[in-house]
Design a protein around this ligand. Structure first.
Ligand code: NAP
Length: 263
């Protein structure tokens, strides 16, 4: 299947590692020119070079903290100057910190809102003028299976991401007439730095061996294995493509069957 992504411009937020990086690689492999963003300069430069080498695509790296509105604006401006207007926006960020009710302060909630929710609003607002003028646009947000099935001890993610999906669904109505789609993907368990760090912290707290913990988690996934970041990334490329033209306002888990629910 030709996804029809050749020569589109994609901006993938939070993409020096993990799911964002795999998404940049997948879109570049489909012929997009890609902007990759993150806060840490060196890891980002290495990741961008890796994507260039693997795909031969034009890849721009921009240091950008998505909690900073001015940095988001600057990332779009740099992309427009170097690659062209953004046709495909992948909303992503580092996840909010772990914690249950008693662990979390007002400041934690405000920070998580800024990182997870407000960053998405700002990126989408900046992407829309070109997409509306072009009558073509694709927005895909990487959230979490916590939207459909709350995860223990992740109250910030559980609380904020479900609300964000309500926002995406609301604007999907307004964007559809201009041929702009917006969809959400929900990763289950992929062994990226974020998941490993979370699990190491839990293992240290409980005294379990990390390997035993990971084995127990893996055995609870119906497919019996963690996801490969490429498996989420390829779903995103489909949703971002010409072939995904009639899918909008959807919330799609990519989790090896982990989410236990009908919808
Ligand atoms: P990861 O491997 O830790 O990568 C996170 C990426 O985000 C890095 O490139 C990091 O680079 C960047 N980043 C973090 N904070 C940022 C900020 N404020 N501004 C810009 N970039 C930032 O994490 P991941 O597993 O790919 O997770 C991506 C998202 O998916 C997170 O929201 C996570 O909660 C969610 N998720 C992941 C899983 C999973 O199984 N992995 C499951 C459910 C949900 P810098 O630190 O250099 O900025």
């Amino acid at each position: 299947m030709d996804l029809g992504l050749k020569d589109k411009v994609a901006l993938v937020a939070a993409s020096s590692k993990g799911l964002g990086k795999a998404t940049a690689l997948s879109l570049a492999g489909e012929g997009c020119r890609v902007t990759m963003c993150a806060r840490g300069t060196d890891v980002l430069a290495e990741a961008a070079e890796e994507v260039r080498q693997a795909t031969g695509a034009k890849v721009l790296e921009v240091v950008c903290d998505v909690t900073d509105g001015a940095a988001i604006t600057a990332a779009f401006e740099k992309t427009e100057q170097e690659l062209g207007n953004v046709d495909v926006l992948v909303v992503n960020a580092g996840g909010p910190k772990a914690g249950a009710f008693d662990d979390l302060t007002d400041d934690d909630w405000m920070e998580a809102y800024q990182l997870t929710h407000l960053s998405a609003v700002r990126m989408i607002r900046r992407a829309l003028p070109h997409m509306r003028a072009a009558k073509w646009g694709r927005i895909v947000a990487i959230e979490s299976s916590s939207v459909k099935q709350p995860v223990m001890n992740l109250h910030l993610s559980n609380g904020i991401r479900a609300g964000l999906v309500g926002y995406f669904k609301s604007i999907s109505d307004e964007l559809a007439k201009d041929n702009i789609t917006i969809n959400t993907v929900l990763p289950g368990l992929y062994l990226t730095d974020r998941i490993l760090d979370n699990q190491k912290a839990i293992a240290e707290r409980t005294g379990e061996a990390l390997a035993d913990r990971l084995e127990m988690i893996k055995n609870n996934i119906p497919m019996g294995r963690f996801g490969e970041p490429r498996e989420l990334a390829d779903m995103i490329s489909f949703l971002a493509s010409e072939r995904g033209s009639y899918v909008t306002g959807a919330v799609i888990q990519v989790d090896g069957g982990t989410t236990r629910g009908n919808f």
